[in-house]
Ligand binder design. Sequence first.
Ligand code: SF4
Length: 325
Amino acid sequence: MTKDFVTGIMTKPSIRLFIAAPRGFCAGVDRAIKIVELAIQKWGAPVFVRHEIVHNKFVVDSLRDLGAVFVEELDECPDDRPVIFSAHGVPKSVPATASNRNMIFVDATCPLVSKVHIEAERHFNNGLQMVMIGHAGHPETIGTMGQLPEGEVLLVETAEDVASLRVRDTEKLAYITQTTLSVDDTAGIVTALQARFPKIVGPHKEDICYATTNRQAAVKEIAPKIDALLVIGAPNSSNSKRLVEVGRAAGCGYAQLVQRATDINWPELGKMTAIGITAGASAPEVLVNEVIDAFKDRFEVSVEVVETAKENVEFKVPRVLREPA
Ligand code: SF4
């Protein structure tokens, strides 16, 4: 606040907010959350969820309040309660174990992740060895690699990793990718793979999903207009972390991940006058509004929404949750 010496009135400094669109929830996240809510409605609490249904603490806490119990492994769930598998996908062994234990289970794997699972299996059945571009240890990577027998999928994280790949037959290879990678970084890794293995087979259409692609494109569009970018998302959310990197690569010197308005480092924003705001695919819009309100408390705010694509993707929940109990 500054004081006007003529009128004596305290005034707030001005700031421009550029809000990226699309941002926030994608169709896969929306579906996964609905699955947990409908499962609790259908079977009552507790309903177990293997891994965070989507990578967002606010979402997980809200579902926990409704009666969801989050666990990391199936052996933490009793046989007689339903279990949901998270949007990131699971190795084949997980539903197989649940079936053996006669558990009720619902798979909330995003259909766009399942599409990559099917692709991997098809290549395997055609005798091709798989190279997966992804992040080691991310649940989606673990789930996708776990669709095939151990050792059948080789993981690369960077273009440099390609040089050290040891493959069975350079003529019989295919690649797949995690759905939430940086579009630009992945293009570099694919180029390195094609240079070393000219016969490598790629996906018919990008494995990186529409939501990841659209959110990155919106950040690139606002980057030249802003002094700082705030990405609302969780530290374990792959697509949110990629948005920070995309912002930096597009020339935004200050790009930070914030889970909520309380994470914003106001002194660091200093005298900046144009701020970009976006949200990862697992961050709800209520958190975007919370951040905008926090700016309004401190500044005279003008808001401009920068829309680079319209999204109308919707995925149905599994049949079992569309039927009455
Ligand atoms: S980010 Fe993409 S792949 Fe992941 S849940 Fe959303 S739509 Fe599905």
